[in-house]
Design a binder for this molecule. Structure first.
Ligand SMILES: Nc1ncnc2c1ncn2[C@@H]1O[C@H](COP(=O)(O)OP(=O)(O)OP(=O)(O)O)[C@@H](O)[C@H]1O
Ligand SMILES: [Mg+2]
Length: 309
């Protein structure tokens, strides 16, 4: 549904995005994740036709994102920017009615459509609220309702959960899952991976303008899991155990603190059995050997910290 091929946009000094390619199937949720300045908003703006790429291309629902197609892209895509303008002296109803008119939704159909989109974002009760009085969470919901007005197939949301409290974030996740259920394709950015991991069918991790990982959460975690970190706790001479571990193939970064030996193992998981028998032969009494659990947070940290090494 969203196809990106070698997309490049440079702002000079290495900033921007470089050679980004990915394919996002329809009716799925893509988490577009990366630290501040990674290039998330830049990519999103390129996809929506708000920026022109230096090279590469993108298409959405088969429509090439090129100036001559901008009108078609606008119909297909609902874009919610990270920051959107406030229209102070308007009620939520007036605000949505205004944009409904801009989207050329006929007057007769507009009321029903506004009620539908408010319902989708759990905000029906806010219809008469003043836009200026809305909290951050409410503003995000109304922003999303506005983005949904013309019933686009694809929703591209820049930091929809930015600045929301945990409760509001849970609700935003629920809303996004509901959108997939009604057949939408959703791409959403965030600088926090765990916030999205549970709802995303796919994640793309970007750092310094480059795509560092792409796939399902499991695939991305598994690709990093080849290099597993282990903790070994012994009830015998730890130095003997440390030396045995250090001599084993595919082992690196061995460290010892008290009776715990930490090490990285870059081999097949089944080979750990050989390491255990080697340890036993050397007279080591193992009280525990465990794999460090890779949670989403550490996946993210690993993928994005590679430039700092
Ligand atoms: N119009 C511009 N002119 C010059 N540099 C820009 C422009 N827009 C973005 N950049 C630079 O490109 C890089 C990527 O910016 P972008 O806004 O895409 O990051 P982001 O991933 O959305 O970050 P954040 O999490 O802070 O929103 C940054 O280094 C930024 O300073
Ligand atoms: Mg951004």
């Amino acid at each position: 549904m969203i196809e990106v091929e070698n997309l490049t946009k440079s702002f000079g000094g290495g900033r921007g995005i470089h050679d980004l390619s990915m394919d996002i199937p329809g009716e799925s949720i893509l988490g577009f994740i990366g630290p501040n300045g990674a290039g998330k908003s830049t990519t999103i703006k390129l996809l929506c036709g708000l920026l022109k790429p230096d090279s590469g291309s993108a298409s959405i629902d088969g429509i090439d994102v090129t100036p001559s197609n901008y009108d078609k892209i606008k119909k297909t895509v609902g874009y919610m920017p990270d920051i959107f303008g406030v229209y102070d002296k308007m009620s939520v109803w007036e605000y949505l009615d205004f944009f409904g008119a801009a989207y050329k939704i006929p007057v007769g159909a507009r009321k029903k459509r506004i009620e539908e989109v408010l319902d989708l974002v759990y905000a029906s009760h806010m219809i008469d609220y003043q836009v200026a009085s809305l909290s951050r969470g409410m503003t995000q919901k109304i922003g999303l309702a506005k983005t949904m007005l013309h019933d686009p197939k694809v929703l591209i949301l820049d930091e929809p959960a930015g600045g929301l409290d945990p409760q509001a974030r849970i609700e935003m996740r629920e809303i996004i899952v509901n959108l997939r259920e009604i057949g939408k394709t959703v791409m959403l950015s965030s600088h926090i991976l765990p916030e999205l991991g549970t709802v995303c069918d796919l994640v793309a991790i970007v750092a310094k303008g480059e795509l560092r990982a792409f796939g399902t959460v499991e695939e991305v975690s598994a690709s990093l899991k080849e290099k597993l970190r282990y903790s070994l706790i012994v009830d015998s001479d730890p130095q003997v155990a440390e030396a045995t571990v250090a001599n084993f193939h595919n082992v690196s970064d061995v460290s010892l603190s008290h009776s715990e030996i930490l090490f990285t193992f870059d081999g097949a998981r089944t080979e750990i059995a050989d390491l255990i028998s080697g340890l036993v032969k050397s007279g080591t009494r193992i009280t525990s050997l465990s794999e460090e659990e890779i949670d989403l947070e550490s996946v993210f940290m690993k993928v994005t910290s590679e430039d700092d090494e």
